[in-house]
Design a protein around this ligand. Structure first.
Ligand SMILES: Nc1nc2c(ncn2[C@@H]2O[C@H](COP(=O)(O)OP(=O)(O)OP(=O)(O)O)[C@@H](O)[C@H]2O)c(=O)[nH]1
Length: 387
C-alpha cells in the first residue's frame, strides 16, 4: 500500500499536465499571447516537479533529487510571475526574476553540499517562491483601477498559496541544522493538505481570469465602431447613462453635441468610398485630439457622431462645439495626393437645466443639428433644452 502522499502527487502530476495543455491551447487560439505560453511552461515545470517527487527513489543521490526539485519549483513560479507581468504590462525585468532563482539555487546548493543545514536547505527556495507569489498577487490586483472579480480571486489565491508555502517553509526551517522526523512529518501534512487545494484553486482562477479577459475583449469589440475606433451606437448608449450620472456627481456642466459631416454623399461621389472612409477616420482622430480623454465620443451611424462632455461652466462646454467646427473647417483631410475640404454641422444641448435622459438629449441635439443644416451648414446651433 502506497503512502496517501503518493496519490496526491499523482493527482498533482496529471492536473499540471492538463493545465499545461490548456494554457498551450489558450496560447494557440487566443492570438499567441506570450503570457499564455509562460503559464503553459510554468505548469510544465510543475509537472517535472511532481514527477521528480514521485520517482525520487530512482535517484542515486538524495541531494541531486533535492536540487532538481527546488530548481523546477522556482522555475515554475518564475515563469508564472513573468507571465502575469506580461499580461498586465508590468515592467519587471525578467533578469530580476531569474536572478532571484539563481540566488535561491546558490543558497540551496551551499546549505546542501558545502555547509549542510537541513532547515535552510528545505526552506530557502520556498521563501523565494513566497516572494514571487506575493509579487504576482500584487501585480494582478494593482494594474487596473477597478479589478475584475476574476482578478480579485486570482490575486487572493496567489496570496493564499504564498501563505501555505510560507507556513510549510517555516516548519521546515524550525528543524535547524539536522533532520527532525517529527517536524518533517508535520511539514508533509501541511504540504499535502493545504498546498494542493491552494495550487489547484490558483490555477483555476488564472483560467477564469483569461476567460474574463476574452469576455471583456468581446464586449469592447461589440461596443466599438471598427472604422473610427469610437464607440458605436450601442456602446455610446451604454456608457452615456453612467457618464451623465458621473458628471452630475462631479458637479460638471454637461453638454451633448450631435454632429454630422456636411454633404458627405458628395465627398463619396467625388473621392470614392475609400475617400469617404478616410474622411471619417481622420475627422474622428482630429476630434479626439481636441476634446478631453474622458469625453465620450460615439459614431451613431454613417457620418453622424455624438460627443458627451463635462466642463466647469456651461460657456466652456458650449465653446467646445464651436472649436470643433472651426478645427474641422480649417483642417483639410489628406487622401493620397489630394486634400479634401470638409465642414460639419453641430447641434448642442445642455444637460443640467432639467433631468433629461440620453435618448431625450439626443433627440433635442438632433433637432438643433437639423436647424444647423437647414440654416446653411457649417454651423453650431444650441437647443436650450425645452423638453
Ligand atoms: N465612405 C462611407 N460612406 C458612408 C458610410 N456610411 C454611410 N455613408 C454614406 O454617407 C452618405 C450620407 O449621405 P446623406 O445622409 O445624404 O447626408 P449628406 O450627404 O452628408 O448631406 P447632409 O448631411 O444633409 O449635409 C451616404 O451616401 C452613405 O452612403 C461609411 O461607413 N463610409
Amino acid at each position: 500500500m502506497e503512502s496517501p502522499f503518493t496519490y496526491i502527487l499523482i493527482t498533482l502530476f496529471f492536473s499540471s499536465i492538463l493545465l499545461s495543455i490548456i494554457f498551450f491551447m489558450t496560447w494557440q487560439t487566443m492570438g499567441k499571447q506570450k503570457y499564455a505560453l509562460m503559464f503553459s511552461l510554468s505548469f510544465l515545470a510543475s509537472t517535472v516537479l511532481w514527477a521528480n517527487s514521485l520517482f525520487k527513489t530512482l535517484f542515486l543521490s538524495h541531494s541531486l533529487y533535492w536540487m532538481i526539485g527546488c530548481s523546477v519549483s522556482m522555475l515554475s513560479v518564475i515563469l508564472g510571475t513573468w507571465g502575469h507581468c506580461l499580461r498586465t504590462n508590468t515592467k519587471l525585468h525578467p533578469a530580476l526574476l531569474l536572478g532571484l532563482g539563481i540566488i535561491g539555487m546558490a543558497l540551496t546548493y551551499f546549505f546542501t553540499f558545502i555547509s549542510p543545514h537541513i532547515g535552510l536547505q528545505m526552506s530557502l527556495y520556498l521563501y523565494i517562491d513566497v516572494v514571487l507569489l506575493l509579487i504576482t498577487s500584487v501585480v494582478i490586483i494593482k494594474h487596473r483601477k477597478k479589478s475584475r472579480p476574476a482578478e480579485v480571486g486570482a490575486s487572493i489565491m496567489h496570496f493564499v498559496f504564498a501563505g501555505c508555502l510560507f507556513i510549510a517553509a517555516s516548519i521546515a526551517l524550525s528543524q535547524g541544522k539536522t533532520v527532525d522526523t517529527e517536524i518533517v512529518k508535520l511539514y508533509g501534512i501541511v504540504n499535502f493538505t493545504a498546498l494542493p487545494a491552494a495550487y489547484v484553486g490558483m490555477s483555476v482562477f488564472v483560467i477564469y481570469m483569461l476567460a474574463s479577459d476574452l469576455a471583456e475583449e468581446m464586449k469592447q469589440l461589440a461596443m466599438t465602431d471598427l472604422l473610427t475606433n469610437c464607440l458605436n451606437r450601442r456602446g455610446f448608449y451604454i456608457h452615456a447613462k453612467q457618464h451623465m450620472l458621473d458628471l452630475k456627481k462631479l458637479g460638471q456642466h454637461g453638454c451633448l453635441i450631435y454632429w454630422d459631416i456636411d454633404k458627405f454623399k458628395a465627398i463619396n461621389d467625388q473621392y470614392g468610398h475609400a475617400g469617404g472612409d478616410e474622411v471619417l477616420i481622420s475627422i474622428s482622430h482630429l476630434i479626439k485630439q481636441h476634446v478631453k480623454k474622458d469625453d465620450l465620443i460615439g459614431r451613431m451611424g454613417g457620418e453622424e457622431f455624438v460627443i458627451l462632455i463635462g466642463r466647469s461652466s456651461y460657456e466652456e462646454a458650449q465653446n467646445v462645439a464651436e472649436r470643433l467646427r472651426t478645427v474641422i473647417n480649417d483642417t483639410p483631410i489628406q487622401f493620397g495626393e489630394q486634400h479634401i475640404n470638409v465642414t460639419a454641422s453641430f447641434g448642442v444641448v445642455e444637460l443640467d437645466a432639467q433631468d433629461i435622459t440620453v435618448e431625450q438629449a439626443i433627440d433635442l441635439a438632433d433637432n438643433a443639428l437639423y436647424k444647423a443644416k437647414s440654416g446653411g451648414r457649417n454651423k453650431v446651433v444650441f437647443n436650450l433644452n425645452s423638453k
